[in-house]
Every structure is written in C-alpha cells, then in structure tokens.
Design a protein around this ligand. Sequence first.
Ligand SMILES: N[C@@H](CCC(=O)N[C@@H](CS)C(=O)NCC(=O)O)C(=O)O
Length: 209
Amino acid sequence: MPLLHWSPRSPYVRKVMVALHEKGLAGSVRTVRTHADPMIPHEGLMAVNPLSKIPTLELDDGSVLFDSHVICRWADRTSVSGPHLFPENPMAERDEALGTGLLDIALPWLVETRLRPEAQRSAELAAVYRTKMNRVTDWLEGHVPALEARPFDIGHLSIGVALSYLDFRFDAENWRAGRPKLAEWHAGFAARPSVDATTFRDDPRPQAA
Ligand SMILES: N[C@@H](CCC(=O)N[C@@H](CS)C(=O)NCC(=O)O)C(=O)O
C-alpha cells in the first residue's frame, strides 16, 4: 500500500488528504507522521525526497512522488470516482496555484512572526506578507462567482485548504471581515466530508530522525 509522509499541521499535506478522500482513496494509502522542519533536514525523509518536504508519497513499485500538486494529480489519475480534480480548464490549475501561493505566503509569515528567535524577526517582511494575504483574499472575494460557476476541482480544493489554514494559524487576521461572499463560499467548502475528515491539529511532534 502506498505510504504518505504526513502531518496534521501541514496545509500541503491536507491538500493531498482532501484529494484522497474526494477520490475514494483515503483507505488505500497508509500515513506515517513525519516532522519536516525547515531548519533541520530530515535524513530519513531525504532518503526518498532530497527536498526533505512533506507531502511525499512512496508507491508500491518503489517510486516516489512529491509535491502536493503531483500527488493530487496522481490521485485523480488513479481513481475515476469522485470529482475530476484536473479538468481541461486551465483555470482549475491557475486557482490551484493561487491557493498554494497563499500558503507560500502564510508559511514564511508564520516563521517570521512566531518561530524565528525574536531578535531576528523582521516587521517589514511580516508587513509584506500581510499585504499579499489581503490582496489575495480581496481578489478571491471578487472571484467567487467564477468559482461557483464550475464543478469542484483542484482550484477549489487548494483555495479552500489555504483559507482553512489562515483560520488555523492566522485567526486574528480575520480574513472574513469585508469578504462576505468568500466567507459563505468557504462555509460550503468546510462542510464537505473530505474537509471535515482532515482537520488541522497541533499534535505532539515526533522525535527527529
Ligand atoms: N510545494 C510543496 C511545499 C511542501 C512544503 O513546503 N511542506 C512543508 C511542510 S508544511 C515542509 O515540508 N517543510 C520542510 C522544509 O521546508 O524543509 C508542496 O506543494 O507539496
């Protein structure tokens, strides 16, 4: 059975978990809790993914897949059940890039504001991340009719997970304020069984390998 390097804290992993649930594959993949710390390269993980990142999926034939985009595509190709996550419409993958791009802002923002030793934190960088987060969510507020006009795909999945991650780590930013359409759209996303089954959680970290 394929083995997924997994964490309940990682939004990129959650993208994959939601995709596996949507495609009816959640019971066909084992998970192993892997702590991928950007400051501590993980020897065990690097043996299969030299980038030392999760999600990483080890397949039965010994081949390895990363990153979240590639694994979600694999899930879509592997199972015909559930929504077609990667349709011909390029807007699906454009919106996937937007959701993942929001995560690519949120993760370093988290490092900058909470994880880096206080003396090394940059208020300037944190302000840049906040500006970008606000611009992306403003853009999305105007983009809700386009999201609602097409069936659920990887774009909805990626944007929905990114907004859920803002709730998990940046609740005080209150992204819903002034964005009622996006808030309503996200409530519909959060009600999907695949999303409900894969919530973020600050579990105890495993020992470094
Ligand atoms: N582009 C990658 C990003 C994956 C990523 O950055 N994952 C984080 C965990 S949330 C990680 O493994 N960080 C460890 C590191 O950067 O060394 C994807 O979409 O899968």
